[in-house]
Design a protein around this ligand. Structure first.
Ligand code: SF4
Length: 58
C-alpha cells in the first residue's frame, strides 16, 4: 500500500526546504547515522543525508 507522507523540515539553509511551509520539497530523503552517533541524543545520532546547502563549499 502506498502511503502519502510529507517531510516536515525547518532547515532553512537547505536548497530543498520550503521555509514558509516548514516542508522538504523532495519525494523522499535519505536519513543516515551521524558520525557522532554514540550519545543517544537525536542531534548526535541522525542527520539528513539529502541536505544541500545554499552556500557553495569552500
Ligand atoms: S533534504 Fe533534508 S535538510 Fe533538506 S529540506 Fe529536505 S529534509 Fe530538510
Amino acid at each position: 500500500m502506498t502511503k502519502c507522507q510529507k517531510i516536515m523540515c525547518s532547515v532553512g539553509s537547505c536548497i530543498h526546504n520550503e521555509g514558509k511551509e516548514n516542508l522538504c520539497n523532495l519525494e523522499a530523503i535519505q536519513v543516515s547515522a551521524s558520525a557522532k552517533s554514540d550519545s543517544g541524543a537525536p542531534y548526535d545520532e541522525t542527520l539528513c543525508a539529502s541536505y544541500k546547502s545554499h552556500h557553495k563549499k569552500k
